[in-house]
Design a protein around this ligand. Structure first.
Ligand SMILES: Cc1cc2nc3c(=O)[nH]c(=O)nc-3n(C[C@H](O)[C@H](O)[C@H](O)COP(=O)(O)O)c2cc1C
Length: 224
């Protein structure tokens, strides 16, 4: 396995190349291998306690994409032109609470932890939720899960940029209305999952209208 054959310059160039693509070239599609590569970087992303509180829906059906337009003001042009359009869902309280069935299954079946370690881990996880992070409402638990799902977002967009694929993250939607739609038309159990973001992948139609603007490096970093 080789993990050090990409130069730092190449990586920084990929970060500079990535921009929030407003319109994609509708004729240029990602291959199945390319979209699976991107999704795999989500799958391999880190998460708190390693509980992976996410799910991704790849929306390729144009009729379903069209249904999203009226409730997602930031998305219409991407829904029409992106090669692949992904919904980043995060788990809600019934899935992520320390004693949920899902958490138990993760520890037992996915992580294959022995009983005594599960007991110890559960206690620790409970204290983390109830004492350390004060995750005492459904909203707080969902937002905490969302934080993990955003790590996967960053990884997907960066990996895409590294192989020359464009992307656009999208939060321009009405959360409640989209969730109603997800329940009615996308078979999503919205008691268990909520939408954190949408993200479109494809190839840019044109170069960005504006050069990248960022605050000065020294303004965002403090050394002590
Ligand atoms: C969480 C998040 C949500 C965003 N939502 C939208 C959106 O709904 N529509 C859109 O066109 N751009 C959206 N953007 C893109 C940002 O406007 C863009 O990343 C920012 O202006 C910096 O520009 P750059 O990504 O091209 O460097 C979003 C970005 C992030 C990280």
């Amino acid at each position: 396995m080789s993990i050090n054959n990409i130069s730092k310059e190449d990586i920084i160039n990929a970060f500079k190349y990535r921009h929030a693509t407003k319109e994609f070239d509708a004729e240029k599609k990602l291959t199945e291998e390319e979209i699976n590569f991107i999704l795999q970087t989500a799958n391999l992303s880190p998460s708190s306690f390693g509980f992976e509180p996410w799910h991704f829906i790849v929306v390729q059906d144009q009729e379903l994409r069209d249904l999203l337009k009226p409730v997602a003001w930031g998305a219409p042009l991407k829904l029409d032109t992106a090669s692949h359009f992904v919904l980043g869902l995060s788990m809600k309280a019934p899935m992520t609470k320390w004693d949920s069935e899902y958490i138990m299954r993760m520890m037992k079946d996915v992580k294959q932890l022995p009983e005594d370690v599960i007991e110890m881990y559960s206690k620790f996880y409970r204290e983390f939720q109830e004492r350390d992070f004060n995750l005492d409402t459904d909203k707080k638990l969902f937002d905490w899960a969302s934080k993990q799902t955003y790590i996967a977002l960053g990884n997907m967009m960066t990996s895409a940029a590294l192989v020359g694929i464009d992307s656009c993250p999208i939060e321009g939607f009405h959360q409640e209305k989209v969730e109603k739609l997800l329940q009615e038309k996308f078979d999503v159990d919205t008691e268990k999952y909520g939408l954190s973001y949408m993200v479109a992948f494809g190839y840019r139609k044109q170069e960005p209208a504006h050069p990248k603007s960022r605050r000065d490096f020294n303004e965002i970093v403090t050394w002590k």
